[in-house]
Design a protein around this ligand. Sequence first.
Ligand code: XUL
Length: 529
Amino acid sequence: MGAKFLGLDSSTQSLSASIIEVEKDSSSRLVYESSLNFDAHFPNYGIRNGVIPNLGGVAHTPPQVWVEALDALLQQMRTEGIDLHEIAAVAVSGQQHGSVYLNESAPRVLAALRSTESLASQIKSIYSRNSSPIWMDSSASEECREISDSLGGPAQVCELTGSEAFERFTGPQIRKFYKVDPQAYQKTAFICLVSSFIPSLLIGKIAAIDPGDGSGMNLMDIRRKNWSHKALDATAPGLALKLLPITPSDQLIGLISPYFVQRYGFNPACAIAPGTGDNPSSLVGLGLVSPGSIGISLGTSDTVFAYMSQPSFDPSGQSHVFGSPTGDYMSLSCYKNGSLARDSVRNQFGLSWSDFDSILQKVKAGNDGKIMLPYFDTEIIPRLNYAEVQRYGFDANDKEANVKGVVEAQMMSMCTHSEWMPDKPERIYVTGGASANNAILQCMADVFAVPVFRQNTTNAAGLGAALRAFHAYLNSNGRRASWEELSSPYINQDLNSALIPEPEAEKVYGRLKKEYSKQEKAYLAKRKS
Ligand code: XUL
């Protein structure tokens, strides 16, 4: 039996576990996956889809939900008979940008956890802020402007940090916290991301942030991969003292804390690798470690991403450059109207996923020229601070047109807004819950006009985390394995199972994409005037 590596993915709506088993020759396979939904398990927090509802543009989650989920998932794994003693190393993938604020008692409390009591009950006093702003928050526009002005304008912020100032990015959120509640900001001794907070629990001390998730903050110098003092100063006073230095992705950050050894049977020698964001983690989980292919994740957010050897910026300023776990870079375009927009149409007409699929298949490509702009919620690309669905040539009651319209709109928007990316995609590797749906993937293939490969797991972020644990573990033992080698067993490149563009549909979308961009531009111009 080979060594095992555990990836934990703390996403917007759930915490998932992925375990890979590695043989002597370093080949590996995925041997376990499971998931725990936040809303279903922790109704007492009053969250909906993982978020505190009805706060307008403000989107927060109590961090205690993530903490409870960690105990609950590990307990569930034990109950299922998983021997956690076999895990050699663990890495975490987390929803990006979300931040956790801790007071000065945190290091002491984390170092003294007793295995007889739950994590949540022991750490409830370590927060300087009870809720965490997450990536769905769109309420920090004023702070984005202030940071941008102080750094010389949007292009300068992008050149320095890899992205223009964005509402959901951690820097603008920190600035907002400092302005709204300066006392609580002052009491904050440490600021973590979701992807460094969970590793902090695992090692029993505050864990550092890696360049992949550090680049989602508007605080990291994207080229040097360390904090930019100019950006920190533009954000909030004393911020440098609240952040640990950035840690490289391939170096272990500690051993698992005795709490997990005693409570769940982990081996005391089990090592913890740095956490990173779910998109950087998916990048390696999909084997995107050289140019040529792009990844699309269809989850709560829909994202389009690709490997880059050097930073290259979207001239429209809507996409981002992040660090990649390989030590290089990645491009990332993020859409807020992902699964919740698809769900909203499905629920409106009381459809099951298989009904939704049949309608998508039945309605001809192009929806007879009917176009939707799918802003069920505020949007990131294009940047919109209000929710307003637009329908051209149909209304809200037309079931077929709405089902086809929402998916075509998502695909056309992702495709047209990815045209800036330096390497033209030759194929798409797809992940996320909705990647199980054939008709959605066929529409993706037709719109992008390239084959779409569904992977064996819908959770590339969790798999990527397990692979990162393995990579950092090898590295710490003085062994080097290439990322190609590590990820290749998981990449489905079989053309027989790929979704291939249909020539007729490809032609239809060639025309419709232009029309879509026109409608999008006209709508944005109308809203501005
Ligand atoms: C990326 C982003 C989202 C979250 C979702 O910039 O905001 O994809 O990472 O988990």
